[in-house]
Design a protein around this ligand. Structure first.
Ligand code: DAH
Length: 381
């Protein structure tokens, strides 16, 4: 036994404490036990450690105070460092208690200094922030006009379209839409425009070459809203009373009165015993409702493949006449193309240029203004 062995080499009368040290050392040497580090006893804390903790507290508190930017921020700093319950100052207090009795007066003094410095700086910063906030509040002049939010507005063409829909709705016309990409049946054939008609010339239309293959036949950007007459009559049985407002496309040379894209309002009324007098009444009532009671409408003989008879429609507003579109009685060939019986039904149709009305209404002298997206122009409406 190691203890026995060790005691054999020691003179009798060796004090008990020495025995203990010798035996435990022998045990550690023999069995290779690792030496446990002795935990620092509270009563033997070195004052240098404590002072370093004070310094760390002080510098981080002062940095946090300087970094606070408002009342809420500085209050958070106060609670973190000086809070009565869980503030870091409580740890420092414990450290004072752990100092050796001889060091206590010096350590306590330093503790007080640190606490005073931090409290004072905190108060100074608090006052600064209060002053700053009240200055900012007094710099704000509540009597100054505010920054008005810039409100968007509807494009003049969109405004006119909305009003046309509303007016025609009051005359009992339902608003319908149609596609802007069309096939030849709806843009030409069913409208009685034969293959050799000049209106079908590829140079006068925007055919979409890449879409033709997938569609199984030629397709184009519609050149007129009359397409919607066909689409409607294919779907519903008479009577019909519709308008359709939308874009049409033609490769025209662009100038003050022409654009390669513009808007039309198409109208179609089909019933028994429809007359041209009704057509003229509807158009003049519509024009008067939009521009005023002094407006007159006149018809000039014309030709369209889908109406018989056909007319050009002119409108007198002020002292001058202006052409606003075409109209006529629906050609029996069109009724046949959609399966309506021309012996029973008659109808009228019209197509008006929306830009014409819009330019007259808002006194705009150049159609190009509508499409340039110039805010100086658009914000006037
Ligand atoms: N679609 C014709 C065009 O764009 C206008 C037109 C004329 C429409 C006579 C009609 C109509 O409905 O009956 O030039």
């Amino acid at each position: 036994m190691p203890i026995r062995l060790a005691s054999q080499f020691l003179p009798s009368g060796t004090p008990a404490k020495l025995w203990y040290i010798l035996i435990s050392t022998a045990l550690q040497v023999t069995f290779g036990c690792p030496q446990k580090p002795t935990p620092p006893s509270l009563s033997t804390r070195f004052p240098m450690d404590i002072l370093a903790a004070f310094a760390e507290f002080e510098s981080s508190a002062l940095a946090a105070i300087a970094a606070a930017t408002d009342a809420a921020g500085i209050e958070k700093v106060r609670i973190e460092f000086l809070g009565q319950k869980n503030g870091r100052i409580r740890d420092l207090q414990k450290l004072v208690g752990s100092a050796a009795p001889a060091d206590k007066p010096a350590v306590g003094k330093r503790f007080n200094e640190v606490r005073t410095t931090v409290s004072e700086q905190l108060e100074v910063r608090q006052q600064q922030l209060v002053a700053q906030a009240s200055k900012a509040a007094s710099d704000f002049d509540v009597t100054l006009p505010g920054d008005r939010p810039r409100l968007g507005r509807l494009h003049p063409i969109t405004q006119v379209i909305a009003e046309f829909r509303e007016l025609m709705g009051r005359f009992g016309f339902t608003v319908v839409d149609g596609p802007e990409i069309e096939d030849e049946r709806h843009n030409f054939e069913a409208l009685n425009i034969p293959e050799d008609h000049p209106a079908r010339d590829p140079l006068d239309n925007f055919y979409i070459a890449c879409a033709s293959a997938t569609h199984g036949g030629p397709v184009l950007l519609r050149s007129q809203t009359s397409t919607v007459q066909i689409r409607t009559m294919e779907k519903v049985a008479p009577p019909v009373r519709i308008v359709s407002l939308g874009r049409v496309y033609r490769p025209d040379t662009i100038d003050a009165t022409h654009s390669c894209m513009f808007h039309q309002m198409e109208g179609l009324l089909v019933d028994r015993n429809v007359s041209m007098a009704q057509l003229k009444t509807v158009l003049s009532q519509f024009a008067r409702s939009f521009l005023g009671p002094g407006v007159e409408i006149r018809f000039r003989p014309s030709f369209f493949p889908f109406t018989e008879p056909s007319v050009e429609v002119d409108m007198k507003w002020g002292d001058s006449w202006m052409e606003i579109g075409g109209a006529g009685m629906v050609d029996p060939a069109v009724f046949e193309a959609v399966g309506y019986d021309p012996e029973i039904y008659t109808g009228f149709a019209f197509g008006l240029g929306i830009e014409r009305f819009c330019m007259k209404h808002f006194a705009v002298d150049d159609i190009r203004r509508f499409y340039e997206n110039d805010l100086r122009f658009l914000s006037q409406f």
